[in-house]
Design a protein around this ligand. Structure first.
Ligand SMILES: [Zn+2]
Length: 99
Protein backbone atom coordinates (compact mmCIF):
# COMPACT_ATOMS: atom_id res chain seq x y z
CA UNK A 1 0.00 0.00 0.00
CA UNK A 2 1.23 3.53 -0.69
CA UNK A 3 2.82 5.49 2.12
CA UNK A 4 2.47 9.27 2.32
CA UNK A 5 5.92 10.82 1.89
CA UNK A 6 4.95 13.75 4.13
CA UNK A 7 3.53 12.06 7.26
CA UNK A 8 4.70 8.48 6.48
CA UNK A 9 1.30 6.97 7.22
CA UNK A 10 0.03 4.16 5.04
CA UNK A 11 -3.01 4.97 2.95
CA UNK A 12 -5.80 2.44 2.82
CA UNK A 13 -7.27 0.83 -0.30
CA UNK A 14 -10.35 3.09 -0.10
CA UNK A 15 -8.10 6.16 -0.35
CA UNK A 16 -6.32 5.03 -3.50
CA UNK A 17 -8.72 2.55 -5.09
CA UNK A 18 -10.80 5.25 -6.70
CA UNK A 19 -7.69 6.75 -8.28
CA UNK A 20 -6.47 3.77 -10.26
CA UNK A 21 -6.65 5.73 -13.52
CA UNK A 22 -4.76 8.70 -12.07
CA UNK A 23 -1.74 8.64 -14.38
CA UNK A 24 -1.75 12.43 -14.70
CA UNK A 25 -3.47 13.44 -11.48
CA UNK A 26 -2.73 13.55 -7.78
CA UNK A 27 -4.23 12.36 -4.52
CA UNK A 28 -4.59 14.22 -1.23
CA UNK A 29 -3.41 12.41 1.88
CA UNK A 30 -6.45 11.93 4.18
CA UNK A 31 -4.23 12.23 7.28
CA UNK A 32 -2.11 15.35 6.64
CA UNK A 33 -3.68 16.89 3.53
CA UNK A 34 -0.46 16.83 1.49
CA UNK A 35 -0.74 16.38 -2.26
CA UNK A 36 0.87 13.15 -3.40
CA UNK A 37 1.76 12.04 -6.93
CA UNK A 38 2.36 8.57 -8.34
CA UNK A 39 6.08 7.86 -8.75
CA UNK A 40 7.37 7.87 -12.33
CA UNK A 41 8.43 4.22 -12.13
CA UNK A 42 4.93 3.24 -11.04
CA UNK A 43 3.34 5.21 -13.89
CA UNK A 44 5.58 3.40 -16.38
CA UNK A 45 4.55 0.05 -14.89
CA UNK A 46 0.86 1.09 -15.10
CA UNK A 47 1.26 1.98 -18.77
CA UNK A 48 2.98 -1.34 -19.45
CA UNK A 49 0.27 -3.33 -17.67
CA UNK A 50 -2.47 -1.43 -19.53
CA UNK A 51 -0.84 -2.17 -22.88
CA UNK A 52 -0.30 -5.82 -21.91
CA UNK A 53 -4.01 -6.18 -21.05
CA UNK A 54 -5.02 -4.72 -24.41
CA UNK A 55 -2.60 -6.98 -26.32
CA UNK A 56 -3.84 -10.08 -24.46
CA UNK A 57 -7.46 -9.16 -25.20
CA UNK A 58 -6.64 -8.55 -28.87
CA UNK A 59 -4.80 -11.90 -29.19
CA UNK A 60 -7.58 -13.75 -27.40
CA UNK A 61 -10.23 -12.15 -29.63
CA UNK A 62 -8.34 -13.10 -32.79
CA UNK A 63 -7.82 -16.66 -31.54
CA UNK A 64 -11.43 -17.31 -30.48
CA UNK A 65 -13.52 -14.75 -32.41
CA UNK A 66 -16.01 -14.71 -29.52
CA UNK A 67 -16.92 -11.13 -28.57
CA UNK A 68 -18.95 -12.02 -25.47
CA UNK A 69 -16.08 -13.96 -23.91
CA UNK A 70 -13.62 -11.24 -24.92
CA UNK A 71 -15.70 -8.53 -23.24
CA UNK A 72 -16.07 -10.71 -20.12
CA UNK A 73 -12.34 -11.36 -20.00
CA UNK A 74 -11.63 -7.65 -20.44
CA UNK A 75 -13.98 -6.83 -17.55
CA UNK A 76 -12.32 -9.39 -15.28
CA UNK A 77 -8.84 -8.07 -16.12
CA UNK A 78 -9.86 -4.46 -15.47
CA UNK A 79 -11.47 -5.37 -12.13
CA UNK A 80 -8.39 -7.39 -11.10
CA UNK A 81 -6.15 -4.48 -12.07
CA UNK A 82 -8.31 -2.03 -10.07
CA UNK A 83 -8.26 -4.34 -7.04
CA UNK A 84 -4.49 -4.90 -6.99
CA UNK A 85 -3.32 -1.48 -8.20
CA UNK A 86 -3.27 0.19 -4.74
CA UNK A 87 -1.17 -2.66 -3.35
CA UNK A 88 1.67 -1.90 -5.78
CA UNK A 89 1.36 1.89 -5.84
CA UNK A 90 4.23 4.12 -4.68
CA UNK A 91 3.70 7.84 -4.25
CA UNK A 92 5.97 10.86 -3.88
CA UNK A 93 5.76 14.50 -2.76
CA UNK A 94 6.85 15.85 -6.13
CA UNK A 95 5.43 15.29 -9.57
CA UNK A 96 8.10 13.35 -11.43
CA UNK A 97 8.55 13.47 -15.18
CA UNK A 98 7.63 10.24 -16.91
CA UNK A 99 10.74 10.23 -19.14
ZN1 LIG B 1 0.17 12.37 4.78
Amino acid sequence: MPTCQNCFRTLKWKHTGAHFFWIHSSITCPFCGATQYPAARERKIEIGISQLILVLIFIYHIATDNSAVTIGLFSVEILAYAAFHPLLLKISNQKEKLF
